[in-house]
Structures are given as structure tokens and as C-alpha cells.
Design a protein around this ligand. Structure first.
Ligand code: PLP
Length: 428
């Protein structure tokens, strides 16, 4: 699963529908029910010289990334938990030497991620997959030290191979506490009939020989209170099995590096948990919290025209370069502009921003700017390090954005540019 996800209560759903109706009425366009992320900030990127920016380009700030890593490390030091970076969210391996200084390792959801984490970052490599196969299990064993199974059926199929393996791997089972903290089906592993994790009713309590740990991942962009409620249910349902384990993994979705995250509550939750289960090593595997607000995506306005509303075509695409904008959906923020999820009426210099593909729905959203946009103008999308590069595609033959780093002095260094060969390589 991926993306800037739920945190969507019923009230917000109503608001969302109202807003989209308004947009619909104002502009006669199809409704775009997108959320604004209140935690996004432009800290560290204000000094970017827009005129000199290459576009499209992801720029990831070393400084901001390190600030996040220091917060995560503080959590490790204060509580004794081990924090793994979920690579599905952020896999910019040129930063792995920096990440390695602070984190306990990586969490992978495929053989490729396990290999990348193991070879480029090292330390611990934990893998979770609902689909270990005869073809890939040996590679998983080779690159991982912890393997988490999504079902007892998968565990039964592979436990002999794992037991017989020369390389020792610690195995766990993903549990599903059936406790939801968000309501969007797409991002709720505890939704009815979910294919993630074993529910209590299906938990094979007599089939735990060789199982060292339990794993749950149920949160998404949430604060410590959500973990507190979840943990209570996990313990009520699975507490007696935790007693027999060596480790427990609280999954991802902890928005630890967000300015309003309740770190004190997190410390307390973990300290209390450790009193009840002192023998357990506790893991967290956040993705977003690692690189939250650490990257931007630069773009150029390629064309401007009018059809009931002012429309600006950009050189970046929602569907290719920030697919969560359409999947969640959410409204990414632009430096110096106002993201419009409400009425367009009161606003000046409103533009519908769209991508360069032929997909009618390649719409980023509506924004109000301080002045009229000009063709050739550069814009900067915020919070673009997470669930972007890892999800990119070359639909329509659209090029992948350049990837760059900003060092602590603000100097930008291009790491990789993409071209025709990258597009062609993926086809045959
Ligand atoms: C099993 C698992 N762990 C960790 C994560 C990382 O979550 P986040 O990026 O929301 O912190 C995910 C995200 O989907 C996941 O599925």
C-alpha cells in the first residue's frame, strides 16, 4: 500500500462532497474531491532560485532529511525501539549512507527492495510480502534477516525451506487486529475481508513453532493516539501470543516527524508496553516520517489557455510523477500558491493545473496565485520525496523527472537524469 492516505473522518467526507459540489457549480468541471495536507511546509526550500531550477526535477534536502532522521533516532534512544525505513515510500539510495547513521535498517515489500536495502544500506533487512513464491523465497532469504508472513498458508508452505536454510532468518506473522483508524478502503488494511494479516478467528495458535514475532500495520499518516487505541486492541486480542514472541513490529503510518506529532505520548505508549512485555524487541517501520517535507518537485508552465476556467499545462504529470494525487486523491501544495479545495469565487488568479499526458483526468488541482501565471514560469510542489519517485512511470512516454540533492549549504547536485533509454528499457 502507499500514498498520502486516509485520516479522513466522516465529517471531512461531508466537507469534501460540499467542496466538490461547489467547484462543480463554479467551474462546470468534474468534481475533484481532493484533500489538502495540513502538515506540509516549505521549510528549507524558501531560498531556491526558481530561475535556475531544472524542471521537472525532484530535489531532496539533505538537511531536512537529517532533521527527520534525528527525530526518529531520538525516539529510538528514548524508548529502545528499533526504526526501519519502509522503502516502498522512499528509496533514494544515494541517501542510504546518511540514513544508516540513524536507523536500524530497512523494511522491504519485494525482493528488489530487500536487495536494495541489504546491499546499499545494510544493517537489518525486514521483508513483508503476501506472495512469497518458490521462485523468490531463496532470494528473500538471501537478502533479509526477518521475513514476515501474511498467512499461515504461506508460513506452512515455506517453513521447511526456512528451517533447512543455512542462513538463519527470524520469521513473523502479520496479524490483523480488525481495528480501523481511517475509513478509506483503499488504505485500510483492517477493512472487511482485507487480504492483509491474520485475524484472531483465523490465528493458528498451535502453529507458532518457528515464529519469533508478530507484525501489524494498520495506521496511515496518524498521530500517537491512533497507535495507543490500536495497541490496546492488539494486546486484548493477541497479547497472550506476544508473550511467546521475541519481537513485535508496529508497522508504519506513524507521522512521527510532523510538527504536531505527540512524541511524549509515543514515548509513554512504548514505555508502558515495554513494562508489560519487557522481553520483546519493538520495531517501527515508517515510510513517510523518514522523508516528510524533505523533497520538492519543480515544474515549468508550458501553456496557458481558457476553457471556462484558466488552465495551465505543466511539464509534470499527476498520473506519472505523483500518482497519489489521483489515487488518494489529494491536493499537493505549491510554494507561494493557495491550494483550492473550496469555492473558487473569492479567489484571484485561479488556474486549473494539468499534466502533459493524454489522460483527461491528469489534473493536479485548482490553485490561486499571487499574480497571473506566465508561460515559462517555474513552480515548486512541496512534500514530493515520499511515494513519488518509487511510483513513477513513463505513461505516454513522458520522461521521468531528474533526481537531485540539495546539500546543507543549499547547493543542488543532480544525481540522475532520465531519457529515451529509460523509457525504452521498460518495453520490448
Ligand atoms: C507493511 C507496511 N509497513 C510500512 C509502511 C509504511 O507506511 P507509511 O509510509 O505510511 O509510514 C507501509 C505502507 O503502506 C506498509 O504497508
Amino acid at each position: 500500500m502507499g500514498g498520502k492516505k486516509f485520516k479522513r473522518c466522516a465529517k471531512r467526507t461531508e466537507e469534501r462532497l460540499l467542496v466538490s459540489k461547489k467547484i462543480n457549480k463554479m467551474s462546470n468541471c468534474s468534481p475533484e474531491e481532493k484533500f489538502i495536507e495540513p502538515w506540509v511546509n516549505e521549510e528549507g526550500f524558501q531560498k531556491l532560485d526558481l530561475n535556475k531550477l531544472e524542471t521537472p526535477c525532484y530535489i531532496v534536502s539533505e538537511d531536512k532529511l537529517e532533521q527527520n532522521l534525528k527525530i526518529l533516532d531520538k525516539v529510538q534512544k528514548k524508548t529502545g525501539v528499533k526504526i526501519l525505513a519502509a522503502l516502498k515510500c522512499f528509496s533514494m539510495y544515494s541517501f542510504f549512507p546518511l540514513m544508516k547513521k540513524y536507523l536500524a535498517g530497512t523494511e522491504a515489500s519485494s525482493v528488489n527492495e530487500a536487495r536494495l536495502g541489504h546491499t546499499e544500506l545494510g544493517k537489518e533487512t525486514h521483508a513483508f510480502s503476501p506472495s512469497y513464491t518458490d521462485e523468490n523465497i531463496q532470494e528473500y532469504i538471501r537478502y533479509s534477516d526477518h521475513l514476515i508472513f501474511n498467512s499461515f498458508s504461506q508460513w506452512n508452505k515455506f517453513k521447511k525451506i526456512i528451517n533447512d536454510s543455512k542462513k538463519k532468518v527470524s520469521c513473523g506473522i502479520r496479524i490483523n487486529p480488525e481495528h480501523s483508524e481511517g475509513e478509506m478502503l483503499m488504505y485500510n488494511p483492517c477493512a472487511p475481508c482485507s487480504h492483509f494479516g491474520v485475524t484472531l478467528a483465523n490465528f493458528e495458535k498451535d502453529n507458532l513453532e518457528g515464529i519469533d514475532g508478530l507484525h501489524f500495520h494498520t495506521l496511515c499518516e496518524l498521530n500517537a493516539d491512533a497507535l495507543e487505541r490500536t495497541l490496546k486492541v492488539v494486546e486484548e486480542k493477541f497479547g497472550k501470543f506476544l508473550e511467546k514472541m521475541k519481537w513485535v513490529n508496529f508497522g508504519g503510518g506513524h507521522h512521527i516527524t510532523r510538527s504536531d506529532y505527540n512524541l511524549e505520548l509515543l514515548y509513554k505508549i512504548i514505555a508502558d508496553f515495554k513494562k508489560r512485555y519487557p522481553h520483546l524487541t519493538v520495531y517501527l517501520e515508517p515510510g513517510e516520517a523518514v522523508a516528510l517535507n524533505a523533497g520538492v518537485l519543480t515544474t515549468t508552465v508550458v501553456d496557458i489557455f481558457h476553457n471556462e476556467v484558466d488552465i495551465a499545462v505543466l511539464d509534470i504529470s499527476a498520473t506519472c510523477h505523483m500518482p497519489d494525487v489521483l489515487e488518494v486523491p489529494y491536493l499537493p501544495q505549491i510554494m507561494g500558491a493557495k491550494s483550492l479545495s473550496g469555492s473558487l469565487k473569492k479567489e484571484k488568479n485561479v488556474y486549473k493545473l494539468v499534466g502533459p499526458t493524454c489522460l483527461t483526468g491528469d489534473i493536479i488541482g485548482y490553485y490561486a496565485f499571487p499574480e497571473k501565471l506566465k508561460i515559462g514560469q517555474k513552480l515548486v510542489f512541496l512534500n514530493m520525496a515520499i511515494y513519488t519517485m518509487v511510483k513513477n512511470n513513463t505513461f505516454n512516454g513522458v520522461n521521468l523527472p531528474t533526481i537531485a540533492k540539495m546539500d546543507k549549504k543549499g547547493k543542488i547536485k543532480v544525481i540522475k537524469r532520465f531519457g529515451y533509454d529509460d523509457f525504452k528499457e521498460r518495453l520490448s
